[in-house]
Design a protein around this ligand. Structure first.
Ligand SMILES: Cc1cc2nc3c(=O)[nH]c(=O)nc-3n(C[C@H](O)[C@H](O)[C@H](O)COP(=O)(O)OP(=O)(O)OC[C@H]3O[C@@H](n4cnc5c(N)ncnc54)[C@H](O)[C@@H]3O)c2cc1C
Length: 356
């Protein structure tokens, strides 16, 4: 049975609650809204202030170092991106352009190949998406914390720390690197998602280099910004570190990234020719097999959409389609069995119980 089947009654009885206003949570909210659901998004901080704006923005569909199980979801998402951006523009009036249309991929044997892939600037996407969401009936509750989630005949009752109770048909956990922490806090459930830190720097493009495409090896990528406020600069990223929720940026790590970038394009070696503009670190939501977790939990009315690791910008539009399909009781257009919430359990089907 579909959890979206009956018509919605806004206010404190939304159809669906999404936890986390990163790109994954907001893409899901917009898709569910467009299918007729009343949606509330609960964000404990500020929207789009974590991994989704720390990212480089590559839509790395054909990255040979991605797990092959990701390919169909990634291709669906890349196909869907123009529609996703058009919908955002329609609602917000803000166009988000692609920054690049090709990637030069460096292989371990020294060969290179040219991939037809796009990139965009997540810091252009974020304000456009937020403005789009705010034109709709989606209720976005920032700086808001959930105290308890309890099963109920209609789905779930979500009690906020303010004591307000939201009666909902379903709740979708899309809290990125914090998803495991959120679910452990609410239910004591162990979900296999951990933060993986990525440090990154943005430099001014060397004058002699009119870079229009991404350059990427297994260790490093250089992503030029060709349009908008960051035009004329390039991102160099990123470290991959298991250091919990730490987001410290270390000068020596930035130096290491610059040296790796200079192995691909020597123009980036000199800090005079390619001066530092800014640096930061973000937390990718990583699972033990580097595949996302998409689907229903064992708890009635509860779903997970998280663990997108290095590809959450790419995979947001397809994730939204898949989760909305599941909530409508439809089979998603791509096979998501590799992304099942129960796959890390020794009992196999633990934590998978589709809504009946
Ligand atoms: C350095 C770096 C480079 C990257 N480059 C790329 C790239 O080029 N291409 C690509 O596709 N992907 C890239 N990624 C990965 C991508 O950024 C992530 O996969 C994606 O942003 C995950 O989105 P999300 O919405 O799940 O998480 P987030 O954007 O982190 O959002 C999670 C949200 O949940 C909120 N939250 C946490 N706890 C709670 C709670 N208790 N209650 C309510 N809300 C809560 C957080 O405040 C946050 O707003 C990169 C990541 C990093 C760090």
């Amino acid at each position: 049975m579909s959890v979206l089947s009956s018509s919605s009654n806004l206010d404190l009885a939304p159809d669906i609650v999404v936890v986390g206003a990163g790109l994954i949570g907001l893409a899901i909210a917009l898709e569910l809204h467009d299918r007729g659901a009343a949606v509330t998004v609960i964000e404990h901080g500020r929207s789009l202030s974590e991994a989704s704006t720390a990212a480089a923005g590559m839509l790395a569909v054909e990255d040979p170092y991605n797990r092959p199980e990701l390919r169909l979801l990634s291709r669906l998402s890349a196909e869907r991106y123009p529609t996703f951006l058009r919908r955002i523009e329609e609602l917000s009036g803000i166009a988000v352009p692609f920054q690049t249309e090709a990637t030069v991929q460096y292989l371990a044997d020294g060969a290179t190949m040219r991939l037809a892939e796009h990139s965009l600037d997540p810091r252009q996407l974020a304000p456009a998406l937020l403005a789009a969401v705010k034109t709709t009936s989606i209720r976005l509750l920032e700086e808001t914390r959930i105290a308890t989630v309890e099963e109920a005949t209609h789905g779930v009752d979500i009690r906020l720390t303010s004591a307000v109770v939201i009666a909902s048909r379903a709740i979708i956990y899309a809290a990125g690197a914090w998803t495991a922490e959120v679910m452990a806090g609410l239910h004591g459930d162990a979900v296999a998602i951990a933060p993986r830190k990525g440090q990154m720097l943005r430099v001014r493009l060397p004058a002699a280099l009119a870079l229009r495409e991404v350059h990427r090896s297994e260790q490093v990528y250089i992503v030029p910004r060709t349009r908008g406020p960051q035009a004329g600069t390039a991102l160099i990223g990123a470290t991959v570190e298991d250091t919990g929720f730490d987001t410290t940026v270390r000068t020596e790590d930035l130096g290491g990234l610059r040296a790796l970038a200079a192995e691909l394009l020597p123009e980036f070696e000199s800090e005079t020719d390619a001066p530092l503009v800014e640096s930061w670190a973000g937390l990718r939501p990583a699972t033990p097999d580097f595949l996302p977790i998409l689907g229903a939990c064992t708890r009635t009315g509860q779903f997970i959409a998280s663990g997108h690791y290095r590809n959450g910008i790419l995979q947001a539009p397809a994730t939204a389609l898949v989760i909305a399909d599941l909530l409508e009781g439809k089979a998603p257009t791509v096979d998501i069995s590799a992304f099942s919430p129960g796959r890390f359990s020794s009992r196999g089907e633990h934590r998978i119980r589709p809504i009946q």
